[in-house]
Design a protein. Structure first.
Length: 131
């Protein structure tokens, strides 16, 4: 059994296989998932698992160079945006329209679907390197 925080096998495998600049999406329950990226569906019911809880565990395992969010999060879900900024710290956040965000998900290695019901609770994590 793994010793670290992340126990989910599909997410662990995706993170282990990421190269520099590969993308992993963590999305809310309503984010459309395009054909192409691996779909990792964690949603059980409204709010479970939560977006921020899922993000925290992924951040504990993944080297992140940059993050991308939809600009709509900043105005529609400002508390979530503030929490996201605290978690990401020095990691730069690129802000794009939700339409562009959804297009960007097509090139992701995987999309993790949470049970989150907060509007625009979606993020693209762009893989960095550990050296």
């Amino acid at each position: 059994m793994k010793k670290g925080k992340l126990l989910n096998q599909p997410i662990s495998a995706v993170i282990a296989g990421l190269g520099h600049m590969d993308e992993l999406v963590i999305g809310d329950a309503g984010l459309p998932i395009p054909n192409g990226p691996q779909r990792i569906d964690l949603a059980l019911t409204k709010g479970i698992p939560a977006f921020l809880d899922t993000l925290d565990v992924v951040l504990s395992e993944m080297a992140v160079e940059t993050a991308v969010i939809a600009e709509e999060m900043t105005t529609t879900s400002p508390d979530l945006y503030a929490a996201l900024q605290r978690r990401l710290g020095a990691i730069p956040i690129e802000i794009v329209t939700h339409l562009i965000f959804k297009e960007m998900t097509r090139s992701a290695r995987a999309v993790v679907r949470t049970g989150e019901f907060t509007p625009y609770a979606n993020i693209i994590l762009i893989s960095g390197v550990v050296f």
